[in-house]
Design a binder for this molecule. Structure first.
Ligand code: ADP
Length: 314
């Protein structure tokens, strides 16, 4: 049985009415078939109980504005719990980094933000994520529309086996934009914003698969930008790239935050400290510390954070 979440105890705004609205029997991430609606053996204790003691406001940065709000998010793959009661708020037009050792739940948390985990068999969540104050699991939320506003760039660049032009135009075509002038404009604007236009403007009709790895990753960013998202999620976007290509993507991310909200997963602490404004450190599926990046790296509050950033484990 699912429950309505309590508000954060450090945030006294009322709970929006959509919280928990996804907890219908037909919700895409409802109990696994055969579960009979009962909680599995690894089900957590009731969320909300004792939260005033559990949430340490010192570990959450003060924010003027909040775009995304993760509330008491727990997530299971079958019986395996990958996230434990994670709560954090993400501001607009900033870069927020999720760091932590491999397997600590960074990508899982990122994928929850645009409901990519809906596609995983046996996945189950508790808690909620609010985007502009509304549940992303609400009954009125159309997942494709959500993913248009919250785009994703993956670890391994994944251009379609089409031309550079068609890769970028793809999303716009799906939205029904067919006029050549409109598409040309979208393609040029997106490639410019992804710092790729000058490199490819004379070969837009060539296959995207002939580009370098760094160019392909910027093409994937251009493809995400082309549908005018608000948020771009980047899952280890540089892990397959050489240092020069990595530096270009990092510069690009800093440029992109003027228009977009970026959330990046990285196992590269130097990268998080170079590009991000806020950093969340996760360990074993739990949020350990979430603060302004300079504070977290210079003066961590939690011993686990200090041990991780000083290389004692990970
Ligand atoms: P990170 O991004 O920090 O490396 P992940 O979010 O990928 O961590 O994984 C967190 C945990 O969830 C790991 O133990 C991983 O093995 C598990 N996991 C991730 N994806 C799946 C999946 N599709 N099915 C089952 N377990 C998964």
């Amino acid at each position: 049985m699912m429950k309505v979440m309590s508000p954060f105890d450090y945030d006294h705004r009322p709970v929006p009415p959509t919280i928990g609205a996804d907890r219908r029997a037909d919700a895409p991430l409802g109990p696994r078939p055969g579960g009979g609606g009962s909680e599995p053996a690894s089900a957590p204790p009731p969320v909300g109980a004792g939260r005033a003691e559990e949430v340490d406001p010192a570990l959450h940065p003060p924010l003027d504005e909040v775009l995304l709000e993760v509330r008491s998010m727990s997530m299971w793959y079958g019986q395996k719990q990958a996230l434990h009661d994670v709560s954090l708020r993400i501001p607009p037009k900033r870069i927020t980094a999720f760091i932590g050792p491999s397997g600590c739940g960074k990508s899982t948390l990122l994928r929850c933000v645009n409901r990519l985990n809906d596609l995983v068999d046996g996945a189950r969540i508790e808690g909620d994520i609010l985007f502009e104050g509304r549940s992303i699991h609400g009954p009125d939320v159309e997942v494709n529309a959500l993913r248009k506003r919250i785009g994703m760039v993956f670890q391994k660049s994944n251009p379609f086996p089409k031309s550079i032009y068609e890769n970028v135009a793809y999303g716009a075509r799906i939205q029904g934009i067919g006029k050549r002038d409109a598409l040309d404009q979208i393609v040029e604007r997106s490639l410019r914003r992804a710092a790729l236009w000058d490199e490819v403007k004379d070969r837009l009709r060539e296959s995207a698969l002939g580009m370098s790895g760094g160019q392909q990753q910027r093409l994937c960013i251009a493809r995400a930008i082309a549908v005018e998202p608000d948020v771009i999620l980047l899952d280890e976007p540089c892990s397959a790239l050489d240092p020069i290509a990595t530096a270009r993507i990092e510069e690009l991310m800093i440029e992109l935050k003027k228009r977009y909200t970026l959330v990046i997963v990285t196992h590269n602490m130097q990268q998080a400290s170079r590009v991000s404004d806020f950093t969340a450190f996760l360990y074993l599926g739990r949020l350990i510390e979430y603060r302004e990046t300079d504070k977290l790296f210079v003066n961590p509050i939690k011993k686990q954070t200090e041990d991780y950033i000083t290389g004692r484990f990970g």
